[in-house]
Design a binder for this molecule. Structure first.
Ligand code: GSH
Length: 218
């Protein structure tokens, strides 16, 4: 077994991205679960904070190298291990893929992160309904734009017929969207790509419900 440990949580979409990337590259790894809810959130524990002062998952420890930020981890895996490159080498494709992946990972996902939702209900006094509306609003805003971009880029996958970083970010975001009851019918391009990706083994094995720490009670 390789000296590679992924600190994550089954429902974390950022950890889900890294699981997909590791699987696509055929890289072995051990998983350490950091429960984001139990014990006040294990991401805030002293031990985990040493590993990542941002108190967010995932962290990948690869042969002693400690890395956080899922997109950076995936860049590292591309550079270090090659295989199917998730961020292609060609200049035009490379920046297209990076920008579309960031549309999801940087412009949608952080607004709906657990700590943001906790702040909304705690410090801002938002109701559960307000929080759900907030959550859905930012996904719908991002998906409307992504749907338009896919008109020009979509093949079997988000950008042509090769799996890319966009797909790696899309599927975890779809998981979140479904979990919070977002209506996906207005996004035919997104749905077509999602259907293709649901058939790929690396994505199947990375799914939250397949993880050792998956908890039916949430
Ligand atoms: N930009 C970071 C985001 C990491 C992140 O937001 N992780 C979430 C789970 S998806 C988390 O740990 N949330 C815990 C919290 O909000 O307290 C990445 O891509 O790795």
């Amino acid at each position: 077994m390789a000296d590679r440990i992924l600190y994550g949580y089954w429902r974390s979409s950022a950890a889900y991205r890294v699981r997909i990337a590791l699987n696509l590259k055929g890289l072995d790894y051990q998983q350490r679960s950091v429960h984001l809810v139990n014990n006040g959130g294990e991401q805030h524990s002293a031990d985990y904070s040493q590993l990542n002062p941002n108190q967010l998952v995932p962290v990948l420890v690869d042969n002693g190298l400690v890395l956080n930020q899922s997109l950076t981890i995936i860049d590292y895996l591309d550079e270090e291990y090659g295989g199917g490159l998730l961020t292609p080498k060609g200049k035009e494709q490379r920046y297209l893929v990076k920008s579309m992946a960031q549309d999801i990972a940087i412009d949608i996902h952080p607004l709906n992160n657990l700590r943001v939702l906790q702040y909304l209900s705690g410090q801002m006094g938002a109701s559960d309904t307000d929080k759900q509306n907030w959550y859905r609003h930012w996904i719908e805003t991002g998906f409307e734009a992504l749907e338009q971009r896919l008109n020009k880029t979509r093949g079997r996958y988000s950008v042509g017929d090769e799996i890319s970083l966009v797909d790696v970010c899309l599927i975890p975001q779809i998981y979140n969207a479904k979990r919070f009851g977002v209506d996906l019918t207005p996004y035919p391009n997104i749905n077509l790509v999602t259907t293709s990706l649901y058939g790929v083994e690396a994505f199947i094995q990375a799914a939250p419900e397949m993880q050792p720490d998956a908890d039916a009670a949430g």
